[in-house]
Design a protein around this ligand. Sequence first.
Ligand SMILES: [Fe+2]
Ligand SMILES: [Fe+2]
Length: 490
Amino acid sequence: MGNVDLNARIPNNVNLKEDRRLQRALEAWQPKYIDWWMEMGPDGFQADEIYLRTAVDVGRDGWAHFDHVKMPEYRWGIFLSPAELERVVPCGDHFGDPAWQQVPGEYRNMLRRIIVTQADTEPASVEQQRLLGRTAPSQYDMRNLFQVNVEEGRHLWAMVYLLHTFFGRDGREEAEDLLRRRSGNVDSPRILGTFNEPVEDWLSFFMFTTFTDRDGKFQLLALAESGFDPLSRTTRFMLTEEAHHMFVGETGIGRVIERTAQVMNELGTEDVDKIRAHGAIDLPTIQRWLNRWYSSSVNLFGGEQSSNAATYFASGLKGRYKEDKYEDHVALDAIYPMDVPGNGGITTEEIPLRNAMNEVLRDGYTGDCEFVVGRWNRILEKAERSERMYLPHRRFNREIGIYASGHYDVKGNPITDAEWEAKHDQWLPSEDDLTYVKSLMKPCLEHGKIASWIAPPKKGINGNPFEWDYIRFDGTSAGVALGASPSLTG
Ligand SMILES: [Fe+2]
Ligand SMILES: [Fe+2]
């Protein structure tokens, strides 16, 4: 692997100092990135010292360093996983050829589009989450939010490195545009739908990091199988950071469920009003948030049948999740039995496998999400509750693909417009739910304290206890205005 240069203006393991042109281009982009971060990054906490991990290496152990840092001073770096010896194109028409170290000319535009689409999600999520610090349920949770935010910033760096290095002027223009688009902006929105939806409460944040970051995991896993080797190595290292984001989401929701079960047991009730009066979030409301964010994230995989997906696979730019577990890496004659709407119900059609690659990736994703919900249900089981959470069917509430035009219930059965109108408030957050959850979003920033609607974590970060100064608040911090004590040490 390249030497890790931690003291450079841009920490990296790609020998940046040996490519002066590239180094200058990235150093020119850096202040623009910081301007974007100050404008669109976490609002109100930029002067505070946050206990963050920073990537400093790419080895299996010891790749991260933990310390209190101010976010604008975070050392965003460029790190690629070590090169694999004699790596080959893992799939498609070029299967078995040596992996590409340069962009294959014929695929240039397609590859740029793949990288830009991935890149755009990274700053988008930071923008979506920028106000959440003000309502953090604990210092521990606030720290996790900011950890996710700075790492999404690093993922943007990872993608911008590829654009600057391999796409010349076009790449530099794309890198500028990544700082210009804004989540939810009517004139200049982010590229993908879910990344334009506001994440305004912590229940949404935990669902987003569970389900939307998990879409990210699967996209990165497919890109890790790219025949374009620098993309593969970049995404492989991003996946190590991504794991923490999904941990934050899954354990976040797990702790909300744990708290709710505890309140139900204490009060001996399932009554929604009584649970709410006690400051907890009733399970049906948690389920509706789950349904909303899962169904939104399912769209991110694109249409069930896609000629773009077929071309990405054929060209070897994007593989399948764990490509090596398949025997046939060319997938030219294979078929995929796909459920499709027809005859007033659902029928199965045989689709050429290459055209079904989005659905293949969605299968992997859905299976992974089932495991998550299973682990949440074990929390209910342990609390001796009989209620269970479920994953809605992938046909439910879709906005993209062959199911977008019809309505389906949470089990995937086709229903009429009238049935949908009558029932969607049972399945998706209602105005009343939103008002209630919003009313709970009050900051709880004193050491060791936690909001009423969530249980504390089993353990803290990096061996530290839950009751610890994860945030050292500056006197000017929004946190101090919201009741936190300013730090004496910071
Ligand atoms: Fe990311
Ligand atoms: Fe992420």
